[in-house]
Design a protein around this ligand. Structure first.
Ligand code: HEC
Length: 135
């Protein structure tokens, strides 16, 4: 299949884009690497189609979703107070340092310091969105 080749070529593009100091853009990334990074989230977040709330809300569909809007999930007061829509850019900032971005969040995760990890992870999260609309 052409997919593997496509993935390695976009990974290269992503590396170049990051080296050039451009913001992480969804199309330029390594989805496979993003799926690896997402393993750090699954203790607390469902990433599959069943979309059940665990310690945190499901991440399927989170890109483009209004913050703190997953039905029936008990968000912290801090997260409910923000009016962000989770665009790739906002997610990038949040995931770099969750407690800094949303002071008082109940997400007990230190953050992903590497820009490349965040970019690839966000691309992976976007593929989850696509999976829901493909059905
Ligand atoms: C230790 C558990 C834990 C880990 C690990 C964790 N999260 Fe969370 N996450 C939470 C909790 C709890 C919330 C709800 C926070 C609140 O209400 O303040 C949350 C909220 C979020 C939100 C906001 C969702 C919304 O509906 O507004 C996003 C996005 C998110 N997490 C992404 C991630 C990603 C991506 C990872 C992996 C890199 C991750 N989280 C790792 C527990 C975790």
């Amino acid at each position: 299949m052409a997919a593997a080749k496509w993935i390695s070529s976009v990974a290269l593009t992503a590396a170049l884009a990051i080296a050039g100091g451009k913001p992480a853009i969804a199309d330029d990334c390594n989805v496979e690497h993003g799926a690896e990074v997402a393993k750090r989230c699954v203790a607390c977040h469902a990433i599959d189609i069943d979309a059940i709330s665990k310690v945190g809300p499901p991440l399927i569909g989170v890109v483009g979703r209004q913050a703190a809007s997953y039905p029936d999930f008990k968000y912290s007061r801090a997260l409910r107070a923000i009016t962000t829509t989770w665009t790739a850019e906002e997610l990038d900032q949040f995931l770099a340092a969750p407690q800094k971005y949303v002071r008082g969040t109940s997400m007990a995760f230190a953050g992903l310091r590497k820009e490349e990890e965040r970019a690839d992870l966000i691309c992976f999260l976007q593929t989850l969105n696509a999976a829901t609309t493909d059905k």
